[in-house]
Design a protein around this ligand. Structure first.
Ligand code: ADE
Ligand code: ZN
Length: 337
């Protein structure tokens, strides 16, 4: 691709709003933590594990992703995983990050909620001190589990309320519509938490509609299925509801057969506040800049789209108005060079 455009994508200040921290566990770190913790892995080597990363759909990925997370036991493990991601994000000129984490993946194995949240949170604080990168945590409920289990998770999170900016909904989408968690989300809203939900990744556009109507989601994670419903597209544009789009994830999970078929450009042209993110970078072959570069190589996206996507990433973020304005000024300063 054009070297100037590539340089812009790499250097422009950006926010990442859709990254599952457990999805940043590289095979090398999985093996190192397995050794450190005496956890047996069903793979003989880093290469054997990496070669298992051939997914056919969301569930085929989730099975391996949850197995990979089984090496995380101590607070230090969560810290090391998060710091490794933040280091890469800083190299990609990410200035603000909103991290997803899945407490139920860990508490179900006997790891304390405190261990998880404290390890991740401490790394985010250190990144702020080291690089001035701001960060916040979004706790996700696993939608394949029950409403009751989600309520129990929220209960466990209450002592750590100040370490969370919001809640989300992830895991197996088909057959687990957002409305299953309407009461949990209502409670979260009452606690002043921001609300997001995965919807319309491989599920139908109707899940995006119920994420908005029943969960009151402020952002939709993925949401690429909205294009199947023109009235929904109009609504997303009218409400300026951001979508956190993850191109390489969509490619690897066969949501789109080829990146050339991805609807990122169509979403932007329709007036949707789309953003570019990495989802689970260790599993999908790339961090945020890799996602930008791959999408811009596959689609006729321009410098103006880069500017829009950088702007969108901060306007869609859960930042205080003055911080948002400062970051948007940084984007404008970058693009007016
Ligand atoms: N958990 C981690 N990555 C996910 C994705 N892409 N969709 C749903 N749940 C997830
Ligand atoms: Zn995701």
């Amino acid at each position: 691709m054009d070297a100037t455009l590539r340089n812009i994508l790499e250097k422009m200040p950006k926010a990442e709003l859709h990254i599952h921290i457990e999805g940043s566990l590289e095979p090398e770190l999985i093996f190192a933590l397995a050794r450190r913790n005496g956890v047996a892995l069903p793979y003989a080597s880093v290469d054997a594990l990496r070669s298992a990363y051939a997914f056919t759909d969301l569930q085929s990925f989730l099975d391996i992703y949850y197995a990979g997370a089984s090496v995380l036991l101590a607070e230090e493990d969560f810290y090391d995983m998060t710091m490794a991601y933040l280091q890469r994000a800083n190299n990609d000129n990410v200035r603000h990050v909103e991290l997803f984490f899945d407490p139920q993946t860990h508490t179900s194995r006997g790891v304390a909620f405190a261990t998880v949240v404290n390890g991740i949170h401490r790394a985010v604080q250190d990144a702020r001190e080291k690089w001035g990168m701001t960060g916040a945590l979004i706790m996700c409920f696993l939608r394949h589990l029950s409403e009751e289990e989600a309520f129990a998770t929220l209960e466990a999170a209450l002592p750590y309320r100040d370490k969370l900016i919001g809640v989300g909904l992830d895991s197996s989408e088909r057959g687990h519509p957002p409305e299953k968690f309407a009461r949990v989300f209502a409670r979260c809203k009452g606690l002043g938490l921001h609300l997001v939900a995965h919807a319309g990744e491989e599920g139908p556009p109707a899940y995006i509609t119920t994420a908005l109507d029943d969960l009151h989601a402020e952002r939709i994670d993925h949401g690429v299925a909205c294009m199947q419903d023109p009235a929904l597209v109009q609504r997303l544009v009218r409400q300026q509801t951001p979508l956190t789009v993850c191109p390489l994830s969509n490619l690897k999970l066969c949501v789109f057969k080829r990146l050339q078929d991805h609807n990122l450009l169509a979403l932007l042209e329709a007036g949707i506040v789309a953003t570019v993110n990495s989802d689970d970078p260790a599993y999908f072959g790339g961090y945020i800049n890799d996602n930008f570069i791959a999408a811009f190589e596959a689609l006729p996206l321009t410098r103006e789209h880069a500017r829009r996507l950088a702007r969108n990433s901060f306007s869609a973020a859960f930042l205080a108005p003055e911080d948002k304005a400062r970051r948007l000024r940084e984007v404008e300063a970058f693009f007016s060079q």
